[in-house]
Design a protein around this ligand. Sequence first.
Ligand code: SF4
Ligand code: SF4
Length: 134
Amino acid sequence: MPSDIKPSDIFECTQCGECCKGYGGTYVTEKDIAAISEYLHTDPARFLKECCQMSGRKPVLAEGENGYCVFWQDKRCGIHPVKPKMCRAWPFIQSVLTDISNWRIMAASCPGIRTDVSDDDIRECVREVRKTLI
Ligand code: SF4
Ligand code: SF4
């Protein structure tokens, strides 16, 4: 029988900030760059220069002096409405579909992730969220 579990049933961000810590993880797409620049009332070139660092040939959000993403301010995401696709997707990421054990590995560092759910329900929720991501 199909389950009616929803993504919000298996993940709710506690705003602990753990995933906003450190350098290098958060890539920004062209769409992210356009949306964040507009939100910040700046132009893409300035946003890239002032808020990003390069990881290989791709831009990632820079790390601030406090060791967190430059947009982690007052214990919240300062660009929440336009945060990058990677941040919007978390934890419903492709690698969970590739290997379901990643869900439980990620849960060890993300207190918002529930693990008392079946693998099939997790997969279904990941697919559902990923359909809505742009
Ligand atoms: S680690 Fe999880 S619970 Fe903490 S801020 Fe990130 S997504 Fe939210
Ligand atoms: S953009 Fe927001 S959600 Fe993403 S890493 Fe930075 S502070 Fe965290």
